[in-house]
Design a protein around this ligand. Structure first.
Ligand code: NAD
Length: 280
């Protein structure tokens, strides 16, 4: 029997604990979100983040900029937020419009307020196996789910499909730091199935609907599905859920797996930012 890794209930528990913790703080932690332009998916993600923040008692502000805003406009806003002591966490919703240099914008966020964990200080500390201020929410959420099913990660063979800066790469580093043997694959990887068949833990984060089939996995493998794709009017993942049933040891569903954990980790990072900034 394949076990379902219930990210939704794990995330609910974390949000409840955060709500209780926030109620004990003298002031509401504050998250400021910068959204440039009108990308449909980004608007939905931002709305979900604002709603989730309000539900646990975080203050969240949205700074919506016109899609023709210049790099300097965005840099100036970030600088203002960096210098505002009421602001604990800053995120810039990605993707940015094509005329904006994303690295330049992310690099401007103060590392101590970079609750998305994308600033090179934070990614660099992770690479060095030191403690960053923040770890990106999706890989952090995945680690929490994986550790529930595999408390002893040392020596496990992990394959990650997808090498993005926000999921595949930081997740590979986190798993390597836990002494896993990690293989990162991407669109140019040859014979990918031969690699995935050896994985004790397989993470699919490529955005290709139902890519991973039954013959891609090892018996009893733990499968983490990060993909969010539209299939016949529904949301589906990168793993063919029905096809891998009873062969996988455990799997995260889509929806209800990694997605809710990502939001919970962003909220956790914001509370962490508040505590960092109020350390005496
Ligand atoms: P991305 O486009 O930045 O990167 C995709 C990666 O997958 C690249 O490294 C690419 O080379 C690789 N890839 C693409 N097609 C492939 C194929 N056929 N075989 C092997 N590798 C392939 O994407 P991203 O931002 O990392 O997102 C990946 C997926 O995860 C998307 O569906 C996205 O919506 C989803 N996502 C979900 C969450 C969540 O919270 N659940 C968070 C972030 C991203």
């Amino acid at each position: 029997m394949t076990q379902i890794i219930d990210g939704k209930s794990a995330a609910q528990q974390i949000r409840l604990e955060l709500k209780q913790q926030i109620a004990t703080l003298p002031k509401m932690p504050q998250l400021d979100i910068v959204l440039v332009g009108h990308d449909d998916a980004s608007e939905i993600y931002v709305r979900n983040k604002l709603k989730a923040a309000a539900e646990i008692g975080l203050k969240a502000n949205l700074h919506q900029l016109d899609e023709h805003s210049s790099e300097n406009d965005i840099l100036a806003l970030i600088e203002r937020l960096n210098n505002d002591s009421a602001v604990n966490g800053i995120i810039v919703q990605l993707p940015l419009p094509a005329h904006i240099n994303t690295h330049k914008i992310i690099n401007q966020i103060a590392p101590q307020k970079d609750v998305d964990g994308f600033h090179p200080y934070n990614t660099g500390m992770l690479q060095n196996n030191e403690i960053p201020y923040f770890i990106a929410a999706t890989p952090l959420g995945i680690m929490k789910l994986v550790q529930r099913f595999c408390p002893h990660l040392s020596g496990k063979n992990v394959v990650i499909i997808g090498a993005s800066l926000i999921v595949g790469r930081p997740l590979a580093t986190l798993l390597l730091n836990q002494e896993c043997t990690v293989t990162i694959t991407h669109i140019h990887t040859q014979n990918i199935k031969e690699l995935t068949q050896k994985a004790d833990i397989l993470v699919a984060a490529c955005g290709v609907a139902n890519l991973v089939k039954r013959d891609w996995i090892k018996n009893g493998a733990v499968l983490i599905d990060v993909g969010i794709n539209r299939c016949d009017g529904k949301i589906c993942g990168d793993i063919d859920f029905a096809d891998v049933q009873d062969k996988a040891g455990a799997i995260t569903p889509v929806p209800g797996g990694v997605g809710p954990m990502t939001i919970a980790m962003l909220l956790e990072n914001t509370v962490h930012a508040y505590l960092l900034q109020h350390q005496s």
